[in-house]
Design a protein around this ligand. Structure first.
Ligand code: NAI
Length: 292
């Protein structure tokens, strides 16, 4: 297949798009013609503070490149915040076709030491936040019989990771939320999928060791953006709960949305499927390809 994947006329809401992974999604979708609501609370990685500069910067970059975007500084973590974020898309661009639930924070502590407040804020941002943004968007998508959701889970929940009971539980809750939306949305052409990414961002920069330089957020962008495209027929999927040989473009090679589409057979092939026992196991398998 050679045709390019476009997002002309599509309106995307991307939460947490002021930095890290979300910013790459915003830039790529805007470059391909989407009108983008760049939502970001603009606080610190532990969920404290707020500010407008992170969202503004992504919007500036999109506009300078000739794209269309509007900033939203609301927190996803309340019903009013979720409503306001979706309202921004409807008021400014007239519809909402895509929601990428990406906003996230960390409050890591060993289970014995975790305080209720560390549980609540993490559930509020990741799990309830995705619910609060997705519900008003889902209603609008039903009316127009078109929609694409992407949720962001984590290997920390799928395989487990020390100090992340709050985060792991919230992230696996999102798998349930996406699966139900995939079922409820099916008859209205609303598709919902989950990714569990790995990338060097402010949340992980101290954890990835020598692999960090091979794990720029842009390595995740093509799959994430393909999954919210009209070209994507997949729904009810989780990338990845186990590992297969998959498809690898080659060390250091850039990957496009079209590459994802054109190699979907290999990507989805479940031959030689393994389930890593830990994040360490998962990283060792990935390192073989990435680091040669
Ligand atoms: P990041 O910290 O660069 O991005 C998260 C963004 O969410 C930040 O810009 C932050 O300001 C924003 N945010 C936080 N709370 C918010 C709220 N209440 N409302 C609106 N925006 C809010 O980190 P990264 O890594 O790009 O994270 C993106 C998503 O990917 C998160 O959900 C994270 O849990 C998930 N993830 C990342 C992994 C990685 O390897 N980087 C691994 C697994 C999951």
């Amino acid at each position: 297949m050679t045709s390019e994947i476009h997002f002309d006329g599509r309106v995307a809401v991307i939460t947490g798009a002021g930095g890290g992974l979300g910013k790459t999604y915003a830039l790529e979708l805007a470059r391909r013609g989407a009108h983008v609501v760049v939502n970001d609370l603009g606080g610190a990685a532990d969920g404290s503070g707020k500010g407008s500069s992170m969202a503004d910067q992504t919007v500036d970059e999109i506009r300078k490149a000739g794209g269309q975007a509007v900033a939203s500084y609301d927190s996803v973590a309340t019903p009013a915040g979720g409503e306001a974020i979706v309202r921004t898309a409807l008021d400014r661009f007239g519809r909402v076709d895509i929601v990428i639930n990406n906003a996230g924070i960390l409050r890591d502590k060993s289970f014995a030491k975790l305080e209720p407040a560390d549980l609540e804020i993490v559930l509020d941002v990741h799990l309830k936040g995705a619910f609060y943004v997705s519900q008003p968007a889902f209603r609008a998508m039903k009316d127009q019989s078109y929609g694409r959701f992407l949720f962001t889970a984590s290997a920390a929940g799928i395989f487990g990771n020390f100090g992340q009971t709050n985060y792991g539980a919230a992230k696996m809750g999102l798998v349930g939320l996406s699966n139900v939306l995939a079922v409820e949305g099916a008859k209205n052409n609303i598709k919902s999928n989950v990714i569990a990414p790995i990338a060097k961002t402010r949340l992980t920069e101290n954890l990835l060791g020598p692999m960090a330089s091979n794990l720029e957020p842009t390595t995740v962008t093509p799959l994430a953006c393909y999954l919210v495209s009209e070209a994507c027929e997949l729904s009810h999927e989780v990338f990845f709960v186990g590992l297969t040989p998959g498809w690898f473009a080659g060390k250091g090679k850039a990957v496009s949305l079209e590459d994802v589409r054109d190699h979907l057979g290999q990507i989805m092939d479940e031959k030689s499927y393994i389930v890593p026992k830990s994040i360490g196991d998962e990283m060792r398998v990935i390192a073989k390809d990435l680091m040669g």
